[in-house]
Ligand binder design. Structure first.
Ligand code: C2E
Ligand code: CA
Ligand code: CA
Ligand code: CA
Length: 278
C-alpha cells in the first residue's frame, strides 16, 4: 500500500528508479491537470436505512487524464499525498463539492449533507477550519451540510487531532471516521474525540453473510457506536442480504453499489434529487 508505506517508495533501487521517473511525470501532469480542470467529481448516494431515503452523498474525485484516460483515485491519490499535491487538489474537491451541493439547494431540492474526504496533509494544515470556513462563507453554504471524512491514522497524534477536530466542530461541520476498523486507533481515543460518525470499512461488509468474524465485527462496531452516541454508515453494501443484516444491527445509513455506484452530478440529480414542495 503506497499510501502507508510511502517511505519505501523512496528507496534507491534500480527497479524503483524507473518508477521515480514516471512518478515525477505523473506528478507534473497532476499539477497541470489541476489547472486545466481535468479532475471531476462523482457523487455516491448515502441511504438512511429506516426510511430508505437518500440523505447524503459522498464526493469522490476522478481524473480524466489526456493520454491515460479515466483514472480512479487509487491511481493518483497516494502520489498526490506523497508529493503534497493533495492539498491544492483536495481544496479544489472541497470547493467544487460544496458549490454543487449549494447549487442543488438553490434549485430547490431537499438539502442533503455532502461528505468530502480529507487527506492527512489537509487535516494537518494550519488553520484548516478557518480555511474551510472561508470557503463555506464564500459559497454561502450552511456548514451543517458538510461532513468531513478522516481516517483513524490521522488521529494518531491525539493532541494535535483533538485541536483540529475541535475547531472544525466549532465551525459547525460534521466529522466521520472513514474505513473504520482498518486502522489502529484505540477505543480510548475514540471516546474523547469530537466525532459524529463511524463508517464501517467495506472489507468487513463484503463477506458479512459468509464470514462469522466479519459479522461479529460489524455488529460490534454498530453496537459500540450506538453506546457512544455516534452514527454508523456501512460502506460497500452490494446486496439485499447485507442490507437486511445491517438493518438488524441498527446501522443508520449505508452506501454501496446496491443503491448506486458513484454518479456524475447530472445523473445524481436525475436519479436521487427531488424538488421540495413549497
Ligand atoms: P473511500 O473514501 O473509502 O470511498 C469509497 C470507495 O468505495 C469509492 O472508491 C467507491 O467508489 C467505492 N465503493 C462504493 N460502494 C462500493 C461497493 O458497493 N462495492 C465496491 N467494491 N466499492 C464501492 P473510489 O471512488 O475508487 O475511491 C477510492 C478511495 O480514494 C476513497 O475510498 C478515498 O480514500 C480516496 N478518495 C476519493 N476521492 C478522494 C478525495 O477527493 N480526496 C481524498 N483525500 N481521497 C479521495
Ligand atoms: Ca470516504
Ligand atoms: Ca471509506
Ligand atoms: Ca475504503
Amino acid at each position: 500500500n503506497a499510501k502507508e508505506f510511502g517511505l519505501e517508495w523512496n528507496r534507491y533501487t534500480p527497479t524503483l528508479q524507473m518508477h521515480a521517473k514516471s512518478r515525477l511525470d505523473l506528478e507534473n501532469e497532476m499539477r497541470i491537470g489541476i489547472e486545466r480542470e481535468e479532475f471531476f467529481i462523482e457523487y455516491q448516494p448515502q441511504v438512511h436505512l429506516n426510511s430508505g431515503l437518500v440523505v447524503g452523498m459522498e464526493a469522490l474525485v476522478r481524473w480524466n487524464h489526456p493520454l491515460k484516460g479515466l483514472l480512479a483515485p487509487g491511481e493518483f491519490i497516494p502520489l498526490a499525498e506523497e508529493s503534497g499535491l493533495i492539498v491544492p487538489l483536495g481544496d479544489w474537491v472541497l470547493r467544487q463539492a460544496c458549490i454543487q451541493n449549494k447549487l442543488w439547494q438553490t434549485m430547490g431540492y431537499t438539502p442533503m449533507v455532502i461528505s468530502v474526504n480529507l487527506s492527512m496533509r489537509q487535516f494537518r494544515q494550519f488553520q484548516i477550519s478557518e480555511q474551510i470556513g472561508h470557503i463555506l462563507t464564500e459559497i454561502g453554504m450552511d456548514p451543517q451540510y458538510l461532513e468531513l471524512e478522516i481516517t483513524e491514522s490521522m488521529t494518531f497524534d491525539k493532541e494535535a487531532a483533538f485541536g483540529q477536530l475541535k475547531s472544525l466542530k466549532k465551525l459547525g461541520v460534521a466529522i466521520s471516521i472513514d474505513d473504520f476498523g482498518t486502522g489502529y486507533s484505540s477505543l480510548h481515543y475514540l471516546k474523547s474525540l469530537p466525532i459524529d460518525r463511524l463508517k464501517i470499512d467495506r472489507s468487513f461488509v463484503k463477506e458479512v453473510m459468509e464470514d462469522n468474524n466479519d459479522a461479529a465485527i460489524v455488529s460490534t462496531i454498530a453496537s459500540m457506536a450506538r453506546h457512544l452516541k455516534l452514527k454508523v454508515t456501512a460502506e460497500g453494501v452490494e446486496n439485499h442480504e447485507q442490507l437486511e443484516f445491517l438493518k438488524l444491527q441498527d446501522c443508520h445509513d449505508a452506501q454501496g453499489y446496491l443503491f448506486s455506484k458513484p454518479l456524475s452530478a447530472m445523473e445524481f440529480e436525475d436519479r436521487f434529487l427531488s424538488q421540495q414542495v413549497s
